[in-house]
Structure formats: structure tokens, C-alpha cells
Design a protein around this ligand. Structure first.
Ligand code: AMP
Ligand code: ZN
Length: 480
């Protein structure tokens, strides 16, 4: 097993991952709210998490990946009411669309994908326990709030205290919205009493009809599925506060133990220098990028080629650069596999199953060092391309080619590029002299109006794998 280092938001340091349970890493990622297409910003985060997981696998860890589906909140309920359809019909439709997009972008499916609505009882149980311990209180309308002032360590993730904000109780300033609120340290809602706009979306509870608040679902599901493996918790940077801060407060107060150890956050994606918005017409989805003629692997490259902790600005131009970089990777992959007598799909499958876990990186050692050091993908790609430039495949014997093919494809697996999606333009090959001579004879026969001879030469060329394209004043020869 080799070392993998990530930046931990909790400690503000880069740290080597040390899972609680030997070589099994529990990894919880906050998943999508399923009420619409996920946009390419969401996918920047999901892709970074996918590269994290793949990198851990290549380093020799087993990863238990849990990513939830938020299928009840203000937005999903609004959508179901606007469309006059049951909540489950709407969320199941958008879950299917999300899964299709994930498959096209070559995201490994999480082993567990729990839905908030399937875990209402677990969330109610947590609230009960927090009430018993005095960390929560019910309000007269039948809602329940977490008492922020009851947890001394509140703010340890986001360092919100540094922003000198004051704590407000819910009865003074209730904060029961599912939307993010970045500037208030108010007590937050864990159980929302039923409101008229919720329609028929409600559950019974000891506090009356209602539904859980958004922060609670991730705490309940993470503890249920990763109870002994609370290692990595991850999301976009917007989730640091209040979502993850609140998850820590609820969970640590409920269980009196440390919640996750490593908190990893991805910076946001901007489009054309600003926030994505439907009204500006720059709200891109995977479909929209494909409609512009780019394969999903090209989008994957463009979204992951920058450092995940830095904001990136997406432009359509970045897709052209991605396309040519991927073509170089594909050509090298084809050539090195041919020299090694290996097949791409079988090799990648073996890597996924943990077959080539070793520290043999050969010329790709600097690339792995970059990747395993807080996912320095720009550094890794830079050194991969240096190796590609310096490697003369024709000089390698099969054993050398095989070693290079394996380490190269371990990196391709970690980066998750589906090279089969890369479309290569056929390189122009100059016709050999014999073919050029035949083509010239055909041209002369044609000029002399000897059609039979011209046809014969044409057929001979076709049989040898070449075709002639005539133009007004000449001809060109192309390989079939
Ligand atoms: P949501 O479906 O809004 O709950 O978001 C799903 C994931 O996408 C969360 O981890 C968010 O932090 C992340 N996210 C949302 N917008 C962006 C963006 N523009 N760039 C990167 N990640 C984002
Ligand atoms: Zn979450």
C-alpha cells in the first residue's frame, strides 16, 4: 500500500490517509439533489471524488464509497408541485438521468447509494437522542432545532467563530430553510413541521407530522453505513458551512465520538468567469456538451485537469485542448498495448480489481507522486506527457513494454479516462512509390481516354487498399 495525501479542511493541513480499519477506507460523498439535471459544476465535484477513490484503489486500499440521493427538500417538493406529479416520480426520473450522466463520464458507481426518504426512522432516532441529551429543543409548531450553543466545538470545521458571528436561537431567528445560509450561526432545523406547501410530503413523528431537515440525512446515513469506517467525508466547498459543520455537531453530540476524520472539499467551477445560471445561457449539462460534438471523456478531462482545490473557469476552448491531449494519450495507449500484447479493457479491469498494486512505476514514478499528493492532476499530466515524448516504443522488448503499459494504465484508471471514447483522426499516410506509379498510369490512361485501362488500374489500386479521388486538375490518393 502506498501513501495517499489529501488536504483536510478540519486541520487545514495535508495529511496521509490512515483509515480506521486496516486498508478499508470509508468515503461518504454528499450526493445530488434529484430535481433537475446535475450541471457540470456538480460534476466537477463528483469527478474529483471519483479520482480520489480511484487513486486510493490504485494505492492498494479498498474503498467503501457511499453517496446519498437527496430526494426530499424544498427544491424537490417545489418541482413535484409545479409538475403536479408525486415526489417519487420526479426524483426517480432525475435519479435515472443522473446515473446515465455518471456512466457516460465513467464515474465508478458507489457501493451504497442511500435515499433520504428511505431513512426517516434513523433520522427520527437521532433527533430523539439529541433531545434527551439537551442538544435540541422542540418549538410550539412541532419543529425541532439543534441548539448550537450546546456544542462547544461548533465551528471547528469552518472556523466560523473567526468571522465573529453571534449565535441566535431559532425562536429569535428561525433558520428552517434547506438553502444554504452562509452568514448565520443560527440554531438549525432537524425536524420541520408540516406546512401547506409540503402537500402530501410528510411523515409522522413524536413531534407531529413533518419532514427531516436537510443536514440530518447525511449524518444518519453516514453513521448507518460507515459506522466503523468514518474516514473521508467530501463535497463542494459550499458545503463546509453550514451543511458539514451541522453534520459534525449533530453526529458528535448524538454519539459522543469523533465523526469523520478527513474532510475534503472541492473548489467551485465557474463558467466564462462567473457563476452558472440558466438565465445567462451558460448552465451546461453533459447533454449540452455532447450536443456541441464533444465526447463525455473530453468533458471529464477538462473538468479534472485543474487542481481540485482551485476554482476553475470552464470555457468551450478548454474542450479543444482536452481533445488533443486525450488523442495523445489514446495513441500512446494503443501503441504500448500492441507492443506488450495486452488489451485495454482487460488491463483496466484487472487494475480495478486491485491486481497491479505495487510500487513499480518506472518512468511514471513522478506522475504517481504528483497524483497521490493531494491529487496534483496538472503535475501528473505534465510528467505523463514528458514520458510519452521521451519513450521510443519501437526500442522496447515485450517485457519492458508490458511494464510501461501497466504503470501507464494505472494512471489512466486513476484519472478515469475512457480512452475508447477518444476519436482519432486518421493520420495521413504517404502512398508508397509502387502505388504512386499505378495512380500516375491510371491518370495518364484517363487523359488518353483509355477508360478500360484506367478502370483496371483503379481496381488494382483498390485491391491494394488505396483509392483515388479525382479533382478538376489532378488526383489524390487515400488509404481505404
Ligand atoms: P447539490 O445537488 O446542489 O446538492 O450539489 C451536489 C454537489 O455539487 C455538492 O457537493 C456541491 O457542493 C457541488 N457543487 C454545486 N455547485 C458546484 C459548482 N459550481 N462547482 C463545483 N461543485 C459544485
Ligand atoms: Zn451531505
Amino acid at each position: 500500500m502506498s501513501e495517499v495525501i489529501f488536504h483536510n479542511t478540519l486541520t487545514r493541513k495535508t495529511e496521509a490517509i490512515q483509515p480506521r480499519d486496516g486498508n478499508l477506507v470509508g468515503m461518504y460523498c454528499c450526493g445530488p439533489t434529484v430535481y433537475d439535471h446535475a450541471h457540470i459544476g456538480n460534476f466537477r465535484t463528483f469527478l474529483s471524488q471519483d479520482v480520489m477513490r480511484r487513486t486510493l484503489q490504485v494505492a492498494g486500499y479498498k474503498v467503501l464509497h457511499v453517496r446519498n440521493l437527496t430526494d426530499v427538500d424544498d427544491k424537490t417538493i417545489k418541482r413535484s408541485r409545479d409538475e403536479g406529479k408525486p415526489l417519487a416520480t420526479v426524483t426517480e426520473h432525475w435519479t435515472r438521468v443522473f446515473h446515465e450522466d455518471c456512466a457516460r463520464l465513467n464515474l465508478l458507481p458507489p457501493q451504497i447509494e442511500p435515499k433520504a426518504t428511505d431513512h426517516i426512522q434513523e433520522q427520527i432516532d437521532m433527533i430523539k437522542s439529541l433531545l434527551e441529551k439537551g442538544h435540541a429543543y422542540a418549538t410550539p409548531d412541532g419543529s425541532v432545532y439543534f441548539r448550537v450553543s450546546s456544542f462547544d466545538e461548533y465551528g471547528k470545521l469552518s472556523r466560523i467563530a473567526d468571522r465573529e458571528l453571534t449565535t441566535t436561537a431559532a425562536d429569535a431567528s428561525p433558520n428552517d430553510s434547506d438553502e444554504y445560509d452562509r452568514d448565520s450561526m443560527a440554531d438549525f432545523v432537524m425536524w420541520k413541521s408540516r406546512k401547506e406547501e409540503d402537500g402530501d410530503v410528510y411523515w409522522d413523528s413524536p413531534w407531529g407530522e413533518g419532514r427531516p431537515g436537510w443536514h440530518l440525512e447525511c449524518s444518519a446515513m453516514a453513521m448507518k453505513y460507515l459506522g466503523k469506517n468514518l474516514d473521508i467525508h467530501s463535497g463542494g466547498e459550499d458545503l463546509v458551512f453550514p451543511h458539514h459543520e451541522n453534520e459534525i455537531a449533530q453526529s458528535e453530540c448524538c454519539c459522543d465520538t469523533e465523526f469523520f476524520r478527513y474532510w475534503i472539499h472541492c473548489a467551485h467551477l465557474l463558467v466564462d468567469g462567473g457563476k452558472m445560471s440558466k438565465s445567462l445561457g451558460n448552465f451546461y449539462t453533459v447533454d449540452a456538451i455532447e450536443e456541441k460534438g464533444f465526447a463525455p471523456v473530453t468533458l471529464r478531462y477538462a473538468l479534472t485537469a485543474g487542481a481540485y482545490r482551485q476554482t476553475i473557469n470552464f470555457t468551450l476552448d478548454s474542450l479543444h485542448a482536452a481533445q488533443s491531449a486525450l488523442a495523445r494519450l489514446r495513441r500512446f495507449s494503443d501503441a504500448i498495448l500492441a507492443a506488450a500484447g495486452l488489451k485495454r479493457a482487460a488491463l483496466l479491469k484487472a487494475i480495478d480489481k486491485g491486481k497491479h498494486v505495487d510500487d513499480e512505476w518506472g518512468p511514471f514514478a513522478p506522475s504517481w507522486k504528483s497524483l497521490s499528493n493531494d491529487l496534483n492532476i496538472p503535475g501528473a499530466l505534465g510528467s505523463i506527457f514528458t514520458v510519452l515524448k521521451e519513450t521510443d516504443i519501437s526500442n522496447l522488448d515485450p517485457a519492458q513494454a508490458s511494464a510501461i503499459a501497466i504503470s501507464f494504465h494505472k494512471l489512466i484508471f486513476a484519472l478515469g479516462y475512457n480512452l475508447d471514447q477518444v476519436i482519432l483522426e486518421k493520420p495521413k499516410v504517404e502512398a508508397p512509390e509502387e502505388i504512386q506509379a499505378l495512380a500516375q498510369q491510371r491518370w495518364e490512361a484517363k487523359q488518353a481516354k483509355d477508360w478500360a485501362a484506367a478502370d483496371q488500374f483503379r481496381d488494382e489500386l483498390l485491391a491494394k487498399g488505396w483509392k483515388i479521388l479525382d479533382s478538376k486538375d489532378g488526383y489524390t490518393i487515400d488509404q481505404i
